[in-house]
Design a protein around this ligand. Structure first.
Ligand SMILES: [Zn+2]
Length: 148
């Protein structure tokens, strides 16, 4: 079942409330032909600095490439520092929602493959696949990759 299920709620309401679970961030630092490396939510529990700065638990969450962690890498594979904050992910939701609304209201295709944009923080995004109501969004945070 896609984003628009057979419920009695208005379509756009269903979409907005469920959209987050249909967005998959794909790390853009790897060969997409080898399969998608999906970014996963993590808590920055080890960072006391972040906790004292932000306080809010949800603001301590971020999406990171699984290949940042040694257990997910093959021998000799470099670590991947690509990650985005929860606020960035919310920005992705907002951006896709804005582009989906006209399609939903006019009942046309919701396939947004090819949609590209850059966030205010300079993160590059591109919808690379739409399948069964799910959006695969390639993401590259150049700032994270350059910063040591
Ligand atoms: Zn990666």
């Amino acid at each position: 079942m896609g984003i628009c299920g057979k419920a009695n709620l208005p379509k756009e309401k269903i979409m907005v409330s469920n959209l987050w679970s249909h967005i998959h961030l794909v790390c853009g630092c790897h060969n997409l032909q080898d399969g998608y490396v999906l970014m996963e939510p993590h808590a920055a529990a080890a960072s006391n600095t972040a906790a004292s700065l932000y306080g809010n638990a949800s603001m301590n969450m971020f999406y990171s490439c699984p290949k940042y962690y040694p257990d997910n890498r093959k021998k000799g594979e470099p670590e991947c520092r690509n990650h985005v904050s929860m606020q960035e992910f919310e920005g992705v939701l907002g951006y896709i929602t804005d582009h989906l609304m006209p399609a939903i209201l006019s009942g046309t295709d919701m396939d947004l493959t090819g949609l590209k944009w850059t966030s205010k923080q300079g993160v590059n995004y591109e919808v690379i696949k739409y399948e069964k109501g799910d959006y695969y969004v390639k993401c590259v945070n150049n700032k994270a990759l350059w910063k040591k």
